[in-house]
Structure formats: C-alpha cells, structure tokens
Design a protein around this ligand. Structure first.
Ligand code: GCW
Length: 652
C-alpha cells in the first residue's frame, strides 16, 4: 500500500517556514499543535525552533491561553526582518497555515499588518459515514472515496492516525466542526450516542488539537430505539428526561462536544410528526438537552413528501421546506441552527437558491452544501464546485441591494467527500472541492479562481512551470461544463434512480420522489409560477418572485425549473430551447475532449500516480459525457421532432 496522499500539505510546502528560525510563544493544547508543526517543518528543512528572542526570523505568539472559545482570529505582520503571527486559541493555528500558504512571500520585504477572522464561527463538515457497511449505500452514503476514515469492522477504528491527518488538513483550510456519522441514523449508528461513547471520545481527542469539535447525528427515535421508552414524543416528560440524562453522559465523555445533527420526518426517518408535533417542538427538545452544556442542534430543513403521486400536479417538492419551516420562524430555541440545503431540491448541478434562506429572520440558519459529488459526477468527473458556491453565497436573495446569502446565514455546513481512499477523495482533483469549501466557509467572498490557484500551488509545489495554468484551464470551468452535458436549463434530476450516476431522462419522472421535467411533444419544464403553476416562485422575496415568475425575465439557466415552455421558445440568449439542448451537449463533450488532451500534456510534470489516476477518470468522464449527450439529444429529438439546426446531432 502506497502512502496516503498529502493533499494540500506536502512536505515540500513547509520549506520556506521550515528552513527558518522559529519561536513559538504560549502554552496550551493548540499552541502545542503549532509547536509540533514547527518541529516537523524544521526537522524536514533544516531550520530551528528557538527560544532566544533575538535570533528568530519568525515568531508565533499566542495572545491568550487557548481556553477561550471561538477565538479564531489572527494577525500577521512583518517588520525588521521578522514575521510575526499572533492569535488566541485556534487563531494561532490558522495563522500558522496562513504562513504556509504564503510561502516565501511571508518572508519578503516588510508587509502591512493583515488581520484575518472567519466570517462564521460555524464551519462544519457532515460525514455521511455508517459504522457498518450498509447493504445498499455502502459504508459512506454517497461516498465516492472508499470506506470511512472513522469506522472499520463495525466500530470506531482502533488506529485513528488517519483522522489526525484529516484534522490537520481541515485545520489548514479553516474547518472547525465535523459531524461524524450519517444523518440517516440506522440502528447500529444510533448507538454511538450511548454504547460507543468511548469511541466518539477518542475521535474527539484526535481532532481537538486541530481546533475541531465533534458532533453526532442522532435518531429522533433514540428514546425508543436505545432507551426502551414507549414513545419519542417531544412533549413527553419521560422523553425529555431521557434526552437530558443521555446528553449529560455524552458531555461527561466529551466535554467540548458540539451537539446533535438531526434529519427528522425526511425520507422515512422518524420525527415529531408521528406524535402530532411540529419541527420546532422536535428541535427544541434536543436543544434543551444540550443547552446546559453550550451545545447546538443542527436541525435539517430537508423535509418533503417522498411518497408523492406523479399524477398529482399540485404537489411540488420545491415548495416543501418553505411550507414546513417558514411558519415556525421565531419558535426555535436560540441554540438551534436550521440547516437548509442551498436549493429547494437536492444538490442538483443547477437550482435556484432555497427561498427559506431569506424567509426566517428570527431563526439561526446555516446553508448546507454538498462537497461529495452525488449529482455532479461522483468524483469520476472533474467538477470544481468553487464557482457554484461563490455564485450562491454571493446571491442577493432579497433583491438587488439586499443582503447576500452569505450575510443572511450564520454558518456553512457541507457534506464531506472524504474516505479512506489513498487520495482522500477518489479523484485527486476532487481534493480542490474540499479545499475550496473550507476557504469559502472562512471567507465566502473569496474568488473561486484564486482559491483554485492557491490549491494548485499548494498541492503541486514542485510542478513544472505552466502546469498550474493547465490545471486551472481544466478545472475552473468544469462545473459549467458538467451542467452543459447533463440536465439543461435548471431542470435537474435526469439521473439513474438509486445511485444517481449517468443519464436517465425519465428515471424519476413517474416515481414517488417528485416529478422534474414534464417533457411532452410540445415542450418541457415545470410551471412553478403563481399565476398558472405550483406557486413556488411566489415563495421568493418580491424581486425574485417577479423575475422567476416571468417566462421572459427568468434567467435561462433556471427557465425549465420555473416554466413549461415549447421547444421553440426563444431564450434570452437568442437560441431556442431545443437548439440550446443540442448546442450545450455537443459543446460540453468537446470541452471534456479538450480537458483530456490538456491533461495528457501534464505527463511527467505532476506525480505519476496522480497523472495515471486522473487520466483514467477523465476517460470515464468522456465516456459518460458522450452518453449524456447522446441520450439527452436523442430523447429531445424524439419528443420534439425538431432536428439540430447545425446538423451535428444524429437523428436516432
Ligand atoms: O441527496 C439525498 C441523498 C440521500 C441523503 C439525502 C439527505 C443522507 O440521495 O442519500 O441521505 O439527500 O440529504 O438527507
């Protein structure tokens, strides 16, 4: 077995810092982590950890002891030939990794003082890891990178060194929380809360030195499942007492435990509805159990009817989160965070923003993103998601001049894409998504192209000149390319049911999970207008309600999400819907062909193992992109009877 890939922290990258004389001031767990990092760097690169104030080129100074919660800021300055970083708590650790990112630039001429602080105190990854291997989902639900780094053989791993390595990578990008088990909490996983606390505590011990707190996903039904109670009714005093007692034991084992993540009344998971209670009752039950210990409950807003009848045109999955949660605004306790998927559906390559994000001013909200590429190529395709996240975090949901989504929410949560694969993320280039997520959760205004270049420079420090530009060319536009050769104009979900890989235009169309395109011989798309459709467009603040509700004003990329139009409908771009389908699918595949050719040019300039792995995955991406193109084009040709005006698409 070859060594685990170092991702964005290869040893070479530590050379500028590790070849200098470094002084670390302060005491405490996180300062010791900083000291250990410096020791590692100087041992590799010939520098020295020094005590003498006069001889240091670099000073890392803790401004306080690291018991202060949530203090993550740091200050970097350079004067008189000395670079100084100061910060309290995790701030110093983040400052250290800032120096690593800067490389030699941190030690050049004097620099103005820089201050850095995260946009949110909450920057969290959700792992959809099962303790056991699930018969359908495998060990990591929607995981494309091997098994879990946390669990093996039905228990928390005895050797957690890989988790420690993971903590280091996450600390370097600014992630500070992880939820360590699947939100679909099966019986075995539910027991982490009670029987396996020692294992949870060991994971927390390994992540704590990296400034990362641990959260658990719990089953709403735990009092019944684990406690033998007859009910899990949130208003039942026995249930409340069970949660209080159980939670107290969790905090005994893990004093800085972060809290619970809950998927309730969603896709068959138990929840308060079974007892005639609502989601505020459910969330507050758990919130009151963790409140005495300073814990948080992340309650997911992903609630919809997954048993709907496709014949019923009035049920619209897009409306569900708003319909369920907006009436509850103001009823959630202060330590509840409502975790809202970025779109009203489910992590499609293109969706509008969830209107919930602008509709609950009296509720703490976090936006949930998906780093694991469930609907974006499953880490077999290159699909750099930074531009998508940047677009949505910067979106002004309340209209021009209003707050951005990033300003409206109090945190970013994302489903992780990591597993025990040697590259961490299956596809080596999918590491960039995890990197970007961390950087953008720290600063949502980051430019995704700059973040990409940063990732390239850190991951391939020894690469030949020009390789960075090639990688940039392959990756920067890859999200839009993926959109081009898959589902057009915001329609989404044309994937094979179950595993969600590859095209199947009608795969979900007649299932209980929702209906997505309504294609017939005349046209395609879902009418979600207020005037004639499901009314979903009316859930937006006035500006976007008007834009989305209008067939002429709606942006092209979302047209079929909001409207059912004829194939001959002329888009704002000037093309017709049918010609757009042909053009984007043909051009999307051509772009993948260019990606394959560009990658071939990196042979010998990037490490061989990365070269080979990416080449193989690109071959699959090209095969899959052609399959998407051919199925989508044939399908819409057959429905519409209108051929490609440019004659490129075969009439099948
Ligand atoms: O995207 C869907 C996935 C499910 C997942 C669910 C969710 C964990 O297909 O696998 O379940 O979303 O977010 O809860």
């Amino acid at each position: 077995m070859t060594a685990v890939h170092p991702a964005w922290l290869p040893d070479d990258l530590l050379a500028p810092l590790g070849s200098r004389r470094v002084r670390v001031l302060g005491a405490g767990l996180l300062v010791e982590t900083v000291r250990a990092e410096i020791r590692r760097a100087v041992a590799l690169h010939g520098g020295q950890l020094v005590d003498d104030p006069g001889s240091a080129d670099v000073v890392l100074a803790a401004t306080d002891d690291d018991s202060a919660d949530g203090v993550e800021e740091y200050v970097v300055s350079r004067s008189g030939g000395v670079t100084t970083v100061s910060g309290a708590g995790a701030g110093l650790l983040h400052g250290l990794f800032h120096l690593v990112r800067l490389g030699e630039a941190a030690f050049g001429p004097d620099r103005p003082t820089e201050r850095h602080a995260p946009a949110y105190p909450l920057r969290m990854l959700d792992h959809w890891d099962n303790v056991d291997v699930h018969p359908v989902m495998g060990q990591v639900e929607r995981g494309y990178s091997g098994g879990s780094i946390f669990y093996a053989d039905g228990r928390v791993r005895a050797d957690l060194s890989r988790v420690a390595e993971y903590g280091r990578l996450l600390a370097a990008v600014g992630i500070n929380r992880v939820a360590i088990n699947n939100v679909n909490v099966h019986r075995r996983e539910a027991r982490l809360l009670t029987d396996d606390l020692a294992g949870v505590a060991r994971i927390a011990d390994v992540l704590r030195p990296w400034g990362i707190g641990v959260h658990l996903s719990v089953s709403f039904n735990s009092p019944v499942l684990l406690g033998g109670l007859a009910t899990a009714d949130p208003l039942d005093p026995g249930v409340q007492e069970w949660w209080a007692r159980t939670t107290a034991r969790v905090y005994e084992a893990v004093p800085d435990f972060g809290g619970y993540v809950v998927k309730a009344d969603s896709e068959g998971r138990p929840g308060p509805f079974a007892y005639g209670r609502d989601h505020a009752d459910g969330a507050n039950l758990l919130a009151r159990a963790v409140a005495p210990f300073g814990g948080t409950v992340h309650w997911r807003a992903f609630v919809y009817d997954h048993r709907q009848d496709w014949r019923d045109r009035s049920t619209d999955r897009a409306r569900a989160a708003y319909d369920h949660f907006v009436p509850l605004d103001g009823r959630f306790d202060d330590n509840v965070v409502l975790q809202v998927k970025h779109g009203p559906m489910d992590f499609q390559v293109r969706e509008p923003l969830s209107p919930v994000l602008a509709a609950m001013p009296r509720t703490h909200l976090a936006v949930e993103l998906q780093v694991t590429q469930e609907y974006t190529g499953q880490q077999r395709h290159v699909c750099y998601l930074g531009p998508a996240w940047s677009e949505l975090l910067g979106f002004r949901l309340r209209g021009p001049g209003g707050a951005t989504v990033a300003e409206d929410v109090g945190g970013v949560v994302a489903v992780s894409n990591v597993g025990d694969d040697r590259f961490w993320t299956g596809h080596p280039l999918a590491q960039a998504n995890l990197y970007a997520l961390g950087r953008m959760a720290w600063d949502p205004a980051s430019d995704p192209a700059t973040v990409l270049d940063e990732w390239i420079a850190m991951t391939f420090p020894g690469a030949a000149p020009g390789i960075g530009a090639t990688l940039h060319r392959i990756m920067d536009g890859s999200w839009r390319t993926y959109e081009d050769y898959t589902a057009p104009l915001g329609v989404g979900f044309m994937v094979r049911p179950g595993h969600h890989y590859g095209p199947d235009v009608d795969g979900y169309e007649y299932t209980p999970w929702g209906t997505y395109h309504f294609a017939d011989r005349d046209g395609v798309g879902v009418d979600r207008s207020v005037a004639t459709g499901t009314g979903f467009a009316g859930q937006y603040p006035p500006h976007w309600a008007a834009v989305y509700g209008s067939v002429t004003r709606c942006p092209d990329e979302l047209l079929l999400f909001f409207h059912h139009v004829p194939y001959t409908h002329v888009l704002r771009s000037g093309s017709t819907v049918i010609q757009h389908v042909y053009d984007t699918h043909v051009e999307g595949v051509e772009e993948v062909e260019r990606m394959v050719a560009a990658w071939a040019g990196t042979e010998g300039a990037v490490p061989d193992d990365v070269f080979v792995e990416v080449r193989e995955r690109l071959a699959e991406q090209l095969r899959s992109a052609r399959e998407w193109r051919d199925q989508l084009c044939a399908y819409f040709f057959r429905k519409s009877g209108i051929p490609d005006a440019k004659g490129r698409v075969a009439v099948r």
